[in-house]
Ligand binder design. Sequence first.
Ligand SMILES: C[S@@+](CC[C@H](N)C(=O)[O-])C[C@H]1O[C@@H](n2cnc3c(N)ncnc32)[C@H](O)[C@@H]1O
Length: 332
Amino acid sequence: MSNQESILQALARPIVFQVPRRLTSPPSWVMHAPLAMWLVEALRPSVLVELGTYSGTSYCAFCQAVQQLKLPTKCYAVDTWKGDPHASWYGEEVYEDLRRHHDAQYASFSRLVREDFDSALAHFDDGSIDLLHIDGYHTYDAVKHDFESWKPKLSNRGVVLFHDTNVRERDFGVAQLWEELKRSWPSLEVLHGHGLGILLVGKDVPQPLAALAERTGASSDDLRLFQDFFAHLGRACLAEVSLEESRATIAERDASVDSLLARCTQIAGERDEDRRAFSAEMSRLNQLYRQELAKPKGFLAPLLVIKRALGRLCRGCSAEKDASRKDVAISG
Ligand SMILES: C[S@@+](CC[C@H](N)C(=O)[O-])C[C@H]1O[C@@H](n2cnc3c(N)ncnc32)[C@H](O)[C@@H]1O
């Protein structure tokens, strides 16, 4: 078996092909779900802590792997669930939506710790955390502070994940810190999905990961294979999110078409009702009109006789007048 085939054999575990159950916005972490699940299997951590959870894409990928692999891992998500200047400030609905999903599936081994990172430090013993994911505020000072304050909590198998190692924009400073840290500890990094750095801080990090870091550190082809493998799987997760979004848009449109059709049916019903009322009123008026037409004929009939009689009388009168005028003219 070639070097690359043995790398593929180590990576292609069934867990990486699981469809993540929670793929929410923001999408930057979505592409890392397969790698997160692979890491959980490779490390089999006793304690996993995430700093910065937001809507839970990363955290729920870890939890899903723990559940599906039936590991005895205890998981903790630390966040104020208020936001920060990079993630933006968001409302209570983000926490509530995550809590519903989380409590229904993972409450038996996981807790959402709603606190500031610094105050949550007190809940964890030194040397107790095997897998720490740092994904809070991303300035250089903030991420350095998070790493340094939580480093004593890491066990001798401790591994730290850093998200956004490949973001250079604005005042994101993870890339700079990552450059510094990877000089001191073995590491692995994928560049897709804003970059995810894996820092092997403990002296006894389990073999699959330690060996992989060594080989990808020594060979750029091996590193590229590792990166491509997870980038392809990540793209499939992103496609899944687009598909879900399209389904949601279609469902929304279907609902609005249904409501427009219902409104049309209602308007057509109202129009039919108006037509019926209109034609009933027309018949009533027609009938009234006919009655009214009949009425004058009845009343006027004698008058018409009188009028005709008067007419005759008038015509008779004027003939007599003309005759007497003629007589006067002859005798004059
Ligand atoms: C980039 S988001 C996390 C994204 C998340 N890992 C995912 O999968 O989408 C950063 C989160 O860190 C939280 N945060 C930032 N600084 C914090 C601090 N000092 N204490 C507690 N939470 C913090 C914010 O509330 C925000 O939800």
